[in-house]
Design a protein around this ligand. Structure first.
Ligand code: SF4
Length: 246
């Protein structure tokens, strides 16, 4: 095994370290006998949201998404869409993964990403715009604010989403969000802003009908419940810098 540029390289991903331990014990052939030939082995998937048994499960790579949902005892309610990859990941429509399997290529074909190994089924009764706003606001606060996209761009996008979720946004505000998203992409010292921009842009695309409802002052959510976990008690970054970003 070689590290980056052939140099010794520390690997911090616990899942990878666990795989290395098993490969050392049972051998590479044993590991490669599992999963899809292109990306053999097993994968940990964090399944959450509208499933009966949420949790982290280990699957062979290439396992159909339908099988993963079955392992979690099926859906607990109607699903509006899936968040793939986590909060730096991508939303896909509820039916987009029907014939997908857990490989990077198959998930990408459906418009998603494996990312942090998250598969979240959003309950169709929840307001997706509120979910976008909650997560974007939290993610905007999860940086040291040292680069422009994190200091100005993400708080501004979170502020725009706040307007939209409260039915206070006009069409021009919505165009402003779409204009800001590319401005934070590939302009930070790391990929944090890119991930948030992808989370928001794919969400606005997948939930475009609900965006339109909100721009007309309505929300079709049947519940006030929120679903995606966000730590409580975090200070919103919006009032700090959001208004300054043009
Ligand atoms: S872009 Fe990355 S390095 Fe720069 S402030 Fe944001 S999180 Fe920190």
């Amino acid at each position: 095994m070689r590290g980056v540029n052939g140099r010794p390289t520390a690997v911090h991903n616990v899942e990878t370290l666990a795989h290395i331990g098993l490969i050392a014990r049972f051998g590479g052939d044993w590991f490669a006998s599992l999963g899809s030939p292109a990306a053999p082995g097993t994968s940990l998937v964090s399944v959450g949201g509208a499933v009966h048994s949420a949790g982290v499960i280990e699957i062979a790579t290439g396992t159909p998404i339908t099988e993963i949902i079955k392992r979690c005892n099926g859906f607990s309610s109607e699903v509006a869409a899936f968040l793939t990859g986590g909060y730096g990941g991508a939303w896909v429509a509820a039916t987009a993964l029907n014939s997908s399997s857990w490989t990077p290529e198959s998930i990408a074909e459906a418009g998603g990403v494996i990312g942090a190994g998250v598969l979240w089924a959003l309950d169709a009764r929840n307001c997706p715009i509120r979910e976008l706003e909650r997560v974007a606001t939290w993610m905007a606060g999860e940086s040291a604010g040292q680069c422009g996209p994190c200091r100005f761009g993400l708080p501004a996008i979170a502020s725009d989403l706040d307007l939209l979720s409260r039915h206070s946004a006009q069409v021009g505000d919505f165009h402003r969000i779409n204009g800001r998203l590319p401005l934070v992409t590939q302009r930070g010292g790391c990929k944090h802003p890119d991930g948030v921009a992808r989370f928001v842009s794919t969400g606005l695309h997948v939930f475009h009908e609900e965006v339109a409802h909100h721009l007309h002052g309505h929300c079709s959510a049947q519940s006030n419940a929120t679903s995606l976990p966000v730590p409580a008690g975090r200070k919103s970054p919006v009032s700090r810098t959001g208004k300054d970003f043009k």
